[in-house]
Design a protein around this ligand. Structure first.
Ligand code: ATP
Ligand code: MG
Length: 591
């Protein structure tokens, strides 16, 4: 993002301005990936990207960024984006994670199907080829079997300022290495007894080039290949080959892989020259991770929150996981908007949580149906309203900008006893308070409009023995109804919402807020649990407009004056909705 120094204002970066788009546009102009064909002889798009999650956990808001970048580039440059599971680590991976990742990417609004088919892949589908290529690398003396112990290998690897030492096995013959590799595959050895390493340079200043491991022994069951293999390829070996086999053109990842790029290129060069891979081979480009204030994205720490019961599971609406954010009520469009706006750069930085919440408000404001809800109820008794009678009231379902604003109406009756918000009454009003307050010796009580209903004047209130206000009394003006001619005669400064007690829908509402009170809860090794926000979840019984009984799971509303709410996708039932507060109408965090 560039800063305009003339007025100190930072304009949002246009979608076309990031460096990845620049690279792609240059490649398109040069035809760098033009004229390629897939294995069936079908022409390949010039831009093929991929999102490569490891199925070892739930996706979070940071992954959403990567999804939006990769699928977004494919969409904008007539390309395609693959969803590929990088499943080379049998111990940590599970089908459950595969399923939820697929669900989350779909929910975000992306698809890996195009006219040529489904582009959903698994690195484990390439295990045979990966094995064959490793045999080639050994035969060609580009790789060898090392039989040092893990400790010896670590000690000989050297350090940043210190070159590594060649393994005593580095110069064993290709035939001997190949024989050992085949026996590794056949299950003759225990975990860690041997390992296959690329033969590059133990003195390289880049640690990733000091003979990186490419295959290791793991007697472990794999969620897709079962017990077929007891050796597994390393991620850094698998990743470039998977990219190349899928004809990826631009392999986009986060900055921590920058130092791995020379090995990525080494692998593709050696295997490309041997004819295993189509040329031109893919190139890797890195951008900075998305960090959002008040959010932690470490899988380990998120797991801790779940395991220790600090949150109610991976899909707890306070979690930054995509399943959690979804349950909280964020829209896929708002997440895409947020990811687009935060841009793609190479510099690390923090994005404020309020910009994610702002994108959500912006997305929902013009489209969310409106409804009334009383969250902290107090009774308002209209003493001159005939008991047992009702008057029909109505209000637009949609906000003014919506095309159905004038036509779609919601209906609710008014009666002599209403629920109002506790904060809409003050026994002794502070300066500038325009809602309900009682008469004093020298002043009448305040007048307010009951939104979409009548104007009332406060006449008094009841208190219990503890001094708590239990009810407010008022009288109404029958000729003041909203939408009638008489209403114009009443000028009031206060405007409050209400629900008729006899008609209200009682419902569980969960008021969610940020999970942490510290914008950087785990920075510098801090104990993130010390920064937990004790008010991040409050469960209340609220009174809702009667029509809300028909809310279906995942229906979203703006509860007027309160915020955006969603009917919980798990706990909400027909006739008995449960609502989650997604976000308040105004940002109460930025000062
Ligand atoms: P792990 O430590 O288990 O590797 P990970 O968060 O990197 O965790 P992956 O499943 O490997 O998880 O990530 C898939 C992709 O998402 C990678 O390309 C990674 O770069 C990207 N990604 C992960 N976190 C972020 C983030 N905060 N911002 C942008 N991209 C991210
Ligand atoms: Mg990773």
């Amino acid at each position: 993002m560039s800063t305009d120094h003339t007025n100190g204002h930072t304009p949002p970066a246009p979608a076309s301005s990031n460096f990845l788009r620049g690279i792609i546009e240059t490649d398109l102009t040069a035809g760098a990936y033009a004229g390629r064909q897939d294995s069936q002889g079908q022409p390949l798009p010039q831009v093929v990207t991929r999102f490569p999650p490891e199925p070892n956990g739930y996706l979070h808001i940071g992954h959403a960024k990567s999804i939006c970048v990769n699928f977004g580039l494919a969409r904008d440059y007539a390309g395609r984006c693959h969803l590929r599971f990088d499943d080379t680590n049998p111990e940590k991976e599970e089908q459950e994670y595969v399923d939820t990742i697929i669900d989350s990417v779909r929910w975000l609004g992306f698809d890996w199907k195009d006219s040529t088919g489904e582009h959903l892949y698994f690195a484990s589908n390439y295990f045979d080829k990966l094995y064959e290529m490793a045999e080639y690398l050994i035969t060609a003396d580009f790789a060898y079997v090392d039989s040092q112990s893990a400790e010896e290998m670590a000690a000989n690897r050297g350090n940043f300022g210190e070159v590594g030492k060649d393994s005593p096995f580095r110069n064993r013959s290709a035939a001997e290495s190949l024989d050992l590799f085949r026996r590794m595959k056949a299950g003759e050895f225990k975990d860690g007894e041997h390992i296959v390493r690329a033969k590059i340079d133990m003195a390289s200043p880049n640690m990733n080039l000091r003979d990186p491991a490419i295959y290791r022994i793991r007697h472990a069951h794999h969620h897709r290949t079962g017990d077929k293999w007891c050796i597994y390829p390393m991620y850094d070996y698998t990743h470039p080959i998977s990219d190349a086999l899928e004809n990826i053109s631009h392999s986009v990842c986060t900055l921590e892989f920058q130092d791995h790029r020379p090995f990525y290129d080494w692998i593709l060069e050696h295997l490309g020259n041997a004819g295993f891979l189509q040329k031109p081979v893919p190139h890797q480009y890195e951008f900075s991770r998305l960090n959002v204030t008040y959010v932690i994205t470490s899988k380990r720490k998120l797991r801790q929150l779940v395991d220790e019961g600090i949150v109610d599971g991976w899909d707890d609406p306070r979690m930054p996981t995509l399943v959690g954010i979804r349950r909280r009520g964020f829209t896929p469009d708002s997440i895409q908007l947020f990811c687009d706006r935060t841009g793609v750069t190479k510099s690390d930085g923090w994005i404020d949580m309020s910009s994610l919440e702002g994108a959500l408000r912006e997305d929902l404001d013009p489209k969310a149906p409106r409804a009334s809800a009383v969250l902290r109820p107090l009774k308002l008794i209209i003493d001159n309203f005939p008991a047992g009678e009702t008057v029909a009231c109505h209000a637009p379902v949609y906000p003014p900008a919506h095309p159905e604003h004038a036509t779609a109406l919601r209906h609710f009756p008014i009666s002599n006893t209403l629920w109002i918000e506790q904060e809409d009454f003050m026994e002794t009003p502070v300066k500038g308070y325009f809602r309900l307050f009682p008469p004093t010796a020298d002043k009448p009580g305040s007048r307010v409009r009951l939104r979409h209903g009548f104007v009332v004047e406060c006449t008094g209130f009841d208190k219990d023995a503890d001094g708590k206000v239990t009810a407010v009394h008022c009288t109404y003006f029958p000729d003041s109804k909203s939408g009638t001619e008489g209403s114009a005669n009443y000028k009031v400064k206060g405007n409050i919402h209400w629900i008729s007690v006899a008609h209200a829908l009682e419902a569980e509402v969960r008021l969610y807020d940020r999970l942490f009170t510290d914008p950087h809860p785990d920075a510098g090794g801090k104990d993130f649990k010390a920064a937990l926000n004790p008010d991040a979840k409050e469960v209340i019984t609220a009174y809702l407009e009667p029509g809300l009984k028909d809310a279906k799971p995942e229906d979203r509303y703006q509860f007027e004056r309160h915020g955006y709410f969603i009917a919980d996708r798990i706990d909400s039932q027909p006739g008995k909705p449960v609502f989650n507060r997604t976000v308040t109408l105004k940002d109460g965090w930025s000062k």
